[in-house]
Design a binder for this molecule. Sequence first.
Ligand SMILES: *Cc1c(COP(=O)(O)O)cnc(C)c1O
Length: 387
Amino acid sequence: MQEYGQNWEDIESALQQAKSKDISYEKVLSSMCTYPHPVAVEAHRIFIESNMGDYGLFMGTYELEKSVLTMLGDLLHNSHPYGYLTTGGTESNIQAVRAMRNACTSIKDPNIIVSGSAHFSFDKIADILKINVRKARILPDLVVDTEDVLSLIDKNTVGLVGIAGSTEFGQVDPISELSKIAIDNDLPLHIDAAFGGFLLPFLPNHVPFDFSLPGVTSIAIDPHKMGLSTIPSGALLFREEKMMELLKVDTPYLTISSQCTLTGTRSGASVASTYAVMKHLGKEGYQQVVNKCMKLTNLLLDETKNIGVKPVIDPVMNIVALSVEEPKKIRTELATQFGWQVSVTKQPSSIRLVVMPHMTEENILAFVRDLKTVIQQLQSSEINMQE
Ligand SMILES: *Cc1c(COP(=O)(O)O)cnc(C)c1O
């Protein structure tokens, strides 16, 4: 750190320089985040100093959080959820599994059974919580094999996890079946709907995935993904208060006597931004956001089929994984020649595209044109090499 403070103009120019190196979302097809709604940004700004880690000082923000939980509960079929706003899916998942583990302190070597499509946050969970994370097999359509889930359960199992909107393929596990297994085996069932939570309720004929299923005991849902709130905004909802209370620690010297959260100091700005955007959009607004994303997803599918490229699975949500030869090479060429950001999946290997609300019809068409060019280039260079 330099000795004396700089003036704002100099700092601002340094910030602008840094910002110019960031990629704007227009050509980003690899991210589950997007531009937050302007209403969320404004609310975030107004509540910038609010600390929910000591909410006795910020009772207004605390009331907003209660409203957000009620709205999220309504979306997920629970009229009286317990929970709080987290920093995102990772924290929500950590806390849900921590509660499962704390419910069974007599088990010395606990394990959880998670869908094989689980997000990498569960690898962090294994490390932090010192719990065995058993990954159940995935079927060819990329949903978890519930037979395998059943066979992995033993006397040391403390909970199950299903995925409603997998990060790589946007697939939804058979949550109804997992719910039955959870009840039959008297185990809690956490649903990771970090991505899918703000999308599935707005898809026609979607499978049940939420508290409408009796075995579901907690849900992670991220307002900072399809909820259009500001980063960091996640949420964790429990069906029962006693599950949440397993996370409680005493907090001397605060205005409140205990905390169930993972972080201490916690953003009230995220609470306000999530409240504002949910109130502003309402169900109708989110329906329109989802309709737009799904319309563009279908356009992307049609256009890629036209150039002979097929999806790995029929997309359930706005995530398309394309079966191509050498996906990593294609990713590099798309970025270096045309500025597109796409990601590559592990198993099966493919090009992964997330059609977030910042996408446009024009950009989808441009992307498919560029994809076609890159594929043709790679094919002709292969032919040249063979000659
Ligand atoms: C994004 C995502 C997470 C992690 O959420 P963060 O907000 O990045 O911590 C967890 N699970 C799923 C299914 C996700 O898509």
